[in-house]
Design a protein around this ligand. Structure first.
Ligand SMILES: C[S@@+](CC[C@H](N)C(=O)[O-])C[C@H]1O[C@@H](n2cnc3c(N)ncnc32)[C@H](O)[C@@H]1O
Length: 210
C-alpha cells in the first residue's frame, strides 16, 4: 500500500473503512487504558474517525497522524473547528484546542514534534498496512508513544479470501511486533456481524498493550 493508494481512496471518497459512529469495541474497552481528564491519546492513521470526536467529548486530548489532507480538512469541518495550520518539517501540523493532527507520512513524525502521549488507540491502522511495513510501524508507534499503553483492534479472517487492506493479523504477529516492548492482553474476540463485507466470517481481536 503506497501513499498514492490512500490518496486515491480519499480523492474518490472510497472510504468504506470510515464508521458512522464511534467504534463499539473502543467504547467497550477504552476504560482499560487508564485515562483521566486531560490525558492525551495518540491515534495513528486517524482518517476522519468519529472516535476522535468521542475522545474529545470525554475530556481527553487527541493527537493524530494522517496522510490525507482531505481527511483532516473533513475531520476539522465535522468537529466544527477551524484549525491553525503550520509547516512542521515534512508534515503539516493542524491544531485547535485539545487536538493536534500531523498530516503526512507517519514515519516523518518524531516524538519531539508529537509531544506527550498517555495512550495509543489503533483502529484500522496496523491492519491497514502490508506485512512488509507492520514491524517498522509497530516499532515507530511504540517509540513515538514512549511505550504508553495501547488499545489495538485487529481483524482476523482467511487472507486467501481477500487481499487487504484491512489485512488479517494472527495473534502471533501481534506478539512478535509488540511483545518485546509490552505485556499483551487479549481483551476480546468479537465476530464481525454479518461477516466481513457481508462475504465471509471475520473476527475482531482487541488487544491491550501495557
Ligand atoms: C483504513 S484507514 C483507517 C482510518 C481510521 N483509523 C478509521 O478508523 O477510520 C487508514 C488510514 O491511514 C492513512 N495512512 C495510510 N498510510 C499512512 C501513512 N504512512 N502515514 C499516515 N497515514 C497513513 C490513510 O490515508 C487512511 O486514512
Amino acid at each position: 500500500m503506497d501513499r498514492d493508494f490512500w490518496h486515491r481512496k480519499w480523492a474518490s471518497n472510497e472510504i468504506g473503512f470510515h464508521e458512522g459512529a464511534a467504534n463499539p469495541l473502543m467504547l467497550a474497552h477504552a476504560g482499560r487504558l487508564g485515562l483521566s481528564a486531560g490525558s492525551r491519546v495518540f491515534v495513528p492513521l486517524c482518517g476522519k474517525s468519529l472516535d476522535l470526536h468521542w475522545l474529545l467529548s470525554e475530556g481527553y486530548r487527541v493527537a493524530g497522524a494522517e496522510l490525507s489532507r482531505i481527511a483532516v480538512d473533513q475531520l476539522f469541518a465535522d468537529l466544527g473547528l477551524t484549525p491553525g495550520v503550520r509547516q512542521a518539517g515534512e508534515l503539516l501540523h493542524y491544531r485547535a484546542p485539545d487536538i493536534d493532527i500531523f498530516v503526512g507520512d507517519i514515519f516523518c513524525l518524531d516524538s519531539e514534534l508529537l509531544g506527550r502521549v498517555d495512550a495509543v488507540y489503533d483502529r484500522a491502522a496496523f491492519v491497514a498496512l502490508p506485512e512488509s511495513m507492520r514491524t517498522s510501524y509497530a516499532a515507530h508507534v511504540t517509540h513515538l508513544a514512549g511505550r504508553a499503553p495501547q488499545l489495538l483492534i485487529c481483524y482476523q479472517y482467511d487472507q486467501a479470501l481477500m487481499n487487504g487492506p484491512p489485512f488479517s493479523i494472527a495473534d502471533e504477529e501481534v506478539r512478535q511486533c509488540y511483545g518485546q516492548a509490552y505485556a499483551l492482553t487479549l481483551l476480546a474476540r468479537s465476530e464481525v456481524a454479518g461477516g466481513f463485507k457481508g462475504r465471509f466470517p471475520a473476527v475482531e481481536a482487541v488487544w491491550l498493550l501495557q
